[in-house]
Design a protein around this ligand. Structure first.
Ligand SMILES: Nc1ncnc2c1ncn2[C@@H]1O[C@H](COP(=O)(O)OP(=O)(O)OP(=O)(O)O)[C@@H](O)[C@H]1O
Ligand SMILES: [Mg+2]
Length: 158
């Protein structure tokens, strides 16, 4: 399993990255976002949504209370925020894992809470705060086709 680190130095670089992910997304993909409060998970998801052509009238925000929010787009976007869940049994009890196999794109904030329910083909983005405007993203490609798809957009891998 390969990983690579990229730096998103400004919100607009994060936006660009979100648009790239949206362009590459295929039905049934799962993108996991982990990282502290304020790391930029929702900001990235908002840009991904714009890239998927989710209508401007849909205000994409952390679905902390609803836990899951679906938006229409080029492919449907299933936006999850598992912050309030304690572990994978809760994710299972709420019946969310079936969405990971539907024909939309699942984007999951606090995905670590879903443990082994996450398919190992997922793209995992571990976001950390570098400073006020920059974010560090450790990209773990998983064992699906994300590495192949993203390779040409990323700096050379060492
Ligand atoms: N390069 C950057 N990329 C993303 N966000 C950035 C960047 N620089 C500054 N920010 C700011 O950091 C904040 C990120 O907040 P956001 O709600 O996206 O975090 P989050 O990871 O979803 O947090 P939570 O776990 O609370 O849901 C926003 O206010 C955003 O403007
Ligand atoms: Mg958030």
């Amino acid at each position: 399993m390969t990983s690579i680190t990229v730096y998103l130095n400004t919100v607009s670089e994060t936006a660009k990255f979100g648009h790239i992910l949206a362009r590459l997304a295929l039905p049934g993909d799962v993108i996991c976002l982990s990282g502290d409060l304020g790391a930029g998970k929702t900001t990235l998801t908002q840009q991904l949504a714009r890239g998927l052509e989710v209508p401007e009238s849909c205000y994409v925000t952390s679905p902390s209370f609803s836990i899951m929010q679906e938006y229409p787009g080029r492919i449907p976007l299933y936006h999850f925020d598992f912050y309030r869940l304690s572990d994978e049994t809760e994710v299972e009890d709420l019946g969310f894992e079936e969405f990971f196999y539907h024909s939309g794109l699942s984007v999951i904030e606090w995905s670590e809470r879903a443990g082994s329910l996450i398919p190992d083909t997922r793209l995992l983005l571990k976001m950390t705060i570098e400073n006020e405007s920059a974010r560090r993203v450790e990209i773990d490609f998983g064992n699906g086709s994300w590495e192949e798809r993203l390779r040409s957009y990323l700096p050379p891998m060492i």
